[in-house]
Design a binder for this molecule. Structure first.
Ligand code: CA
Length: 328
């Protein structure tokens, strides 16, 4: 008799526990759409215009890649170089380094604001990287700070009543350290100042550098939702290690495919399964309607990532198309 009561009691405890932890993660449970560099399939990446468009398309999160200026302002830009999205070569030819690059870190914030931003191009050929996107060299776009972008998103959250999140990435912390800059500390301070402090605040912080992300959790004591980015095959074997400090992994979509069988059917890697067993979400990058790889259509690629492989969110240059897909 006692045994039965005990068993009922035990299952009650387990159920309550499960419900509680479900409530806790509920916020991040829906399949999420992350606007990769904004609506970058339609407008030059990381411009405030591309962010406004992604916001209007109802992405769940807008991504910010962050690199410090000479005077320690985090700039929203994908590379540590300015070469392939600005007119830096024409405006500051003397600032070229011996390796042929113009580095964000060699420019003050005010100098950076003088540059015009354009659709991504190859500096050697001057040709667009994606030829059917926004034309290179047209209209008038500028760089901006992380603070400016947060204020844009928080401002829109106020004026529209929506609650769209930010998904900042610390770029190349090692390079910053070599240049005597602690980018993570600077970014965490800004996040804190703007109210992004823990997992219920609408912010996910990402980094490729595992040592740095671990430092952000353990030494810098961040309580934010953290995503460990991975792009090299073999890194997925470290999933249980990532689970000690991160909340999600962000794999390159190709890491979900281990190969193909003799009928051409995809053989999945264990990445998504292992991540879920370890309690980690999976946010895969980057799904592009104009870069389909082996997939016959964007729909098929989205079906593979979101339904078949079962990831929890995707980074995309085309947030409107993915929002439509997820809502269907
Ligand atoms: Ca990024």
């Amino acid at each position: 008799m006692y045994k039965i009561y005990f068993l009922i009691f035990l299952s009650f405890i387990t159920l309550t526990h499960r419900l509680n932890s479900q409530n806790k993660v509920n916020e991040k449970n829906k399949k999420i759409v992350i606007a990769h560099r904004g609506a970058s399939g339609y407008l030059p990446e990381h411009t405030l215009e591309a962010k406004s468009m992604a916001y209007a398309m109802n992405a769940d999160y807008l991504e910010q890649d962050l690199v410090l200026s000479k005077d320690d302002i985090p700039i929203v830009i994908h590379d540590i170089y300015l070469d392939d999205i600005t007119d830096v070569e024409a405006k500051f030819p003397e600032k070229i380094r011996d390796d042929g690059h113009f580095y964000v870190i060699d420019f003050s914030y005010n100098e950076l604001l003088q540059l015009n931003v354009t659709e991504r191009f190859d500096p050697k050929t001057k040709k667009a990287v994606f030829e059917n996107r926004f034309p290179v060299g047209k209209s008038n776009f500028k760089l901006h700070s992380f603070q400016d972008e947060i204020e844009l998103i928080q401002g829109l959250n106020k004026s529209t009543g929506k609650n769209i999140g930010i998904y900042p990435e610390i770029k190349n912390p090692k390079f910053h350290r070599e240049n005597k800059k602690d980018i993570s500390k600077i970014v965490l301070k800004i996040l804190n100042d703007y109210g992004y402090k823990n997992k219920t605040d609408n912010c996910i912080l990402q980094c490729f550098d595992a040592t740095e992300l671990k430092r952000i959790r353990n030494d810098l004591k961040s309580e934010l939702f953290l995503t460990q980015l991975i792009e090299i095959p073999g890194q997925e074997e470290l999933i249980s290690e990532y689970a000690t400090y991160a909340d999600a992994v962000g794999p390159w979509i190709k890491l979900l495919i281990a190969g193909y069988d003799k009928n051409g059917k995809i053989i999945f890697s264990d990445l998504v399964k292992d991540a879920h067993v370890a309690g980690l979400k999976v946010h895969a990058f980057t799904l592009r309607a104009d870069q389909l790889g082996d997939f016959p259509s964007f729909e098929k690629l989205l079906d593979f990532g979101l339904n078949v492989a079962g990831v929890d969110g995707v980074f995309t240059d085309f947030p409107d198309k993915v929002v439509d897909f997820v809502n269907k």
